[in-house]
Design a binder for this molecule. Sequence first.
Ligand SMILES: Cc1cc2nc3c(=O)[nH]c(=O)nc-3n(C[C@H](O)[C@H](O)[C@H](O)COP(=O)(O)OP(=O)(O)OC[C@H]3O[C@@H](n4cnc5c(N)ncnc54)[C@H](O)[C@@H]3O)c2cc1C
Length: 245
Amino acid sequence: MYVCERGPRQGSLDSFLYEMAASSGVQFHLLAKLEVNKLEVDHNNIIATGLETEVYEQLGIPYVPIYGYRGVIRTELDAVLISYMLKCTNYDFAYLAAGYGLLFALLFSRKKLDSDNLQEFQQTLKDSEGIEFKKWIYSTGAVPTKTHLFYNGLVLAGTLSGMIDPFLLHGISGALTSGKIAAQTFVDREGASREFHLLAKNFVWKKGLKEVSTWIPFKNITFPVMMWTDAHLRGVGFVPFSGKD
Ligand SMILES: Cc1cc2nc3c(=O)[nH]c(=O)nc-3n(C[C@H](O)[C@H](O)[C@H](O)COP(=O)(O)OP(=O)(O)OC[C@H]3O[C@@H](n4cnc5c(N)ncnc54)[C@H](O)[C@@H]3O)c2cc1C
């Protein structure tokens, strides 16, 4: 897992990429809403709208819904990263991370979360780390059930393309690598396709493993086995390790 800061602060990944793109001449239309049916397919369009359910609906991409609670507070803590796979996360994923003065927690699940899930997660954070968040933001979204670099003449990137790990829901590596691949399609379509399939090849295995881990009983014993198996499959969107890096 790689942890990154999202948002408008100087030093966040968003600010870093924004400045890099703007200095290369990219124009931003920050309030523009995507209207898929107005896109001309012979233009070079890359769509990367993340978890936004509406775009999956507009494009007709099959998806599963996703639910999340997130909280953020200021902190003196630094370099903290704890992942939680518990009953309250529905054996999906929650984490706590701190860096550069911010402490962030996310409870993320493909099964609906209710206030009991949140209360149990809050209690876990309090008991194990002595941490409390006063405010939690609830949001919903979608993740695709398959990977697609091309879809109806459009090029996809990021979560929408399926470059999100279906076992652990880690997304930033796949977002960055698939963004590069999406741009490559306009100069080297075959090479881009090859790279995409290499980086996405474990999607099906990890998705299958996730499905098994959801229904299999005796989670205290079986879930660690599933985690161990998953750890032996390279993450979706992760570049194969060459040994020289
Ligand atoms: C606060 C936060 C912290 C995170 N931390 C981590 C982390 O530490 N590690 C990790 O692996 N992942 C992390 N993630 C997840 C990671 O950021 C995503 O997996 C990744 O950014 C997905 O990239 P993407 O390009 O698919 O979508 P996004 O980065 O979500 O970008 C989608 C963009 O499309 C825009 N958009 C959506 N719908 C429309 C529309 N209809 N019209 C126009 N624009 C639209 C959105 O406004 C947004 O700018 C975090 C996410 C958040 C929000």
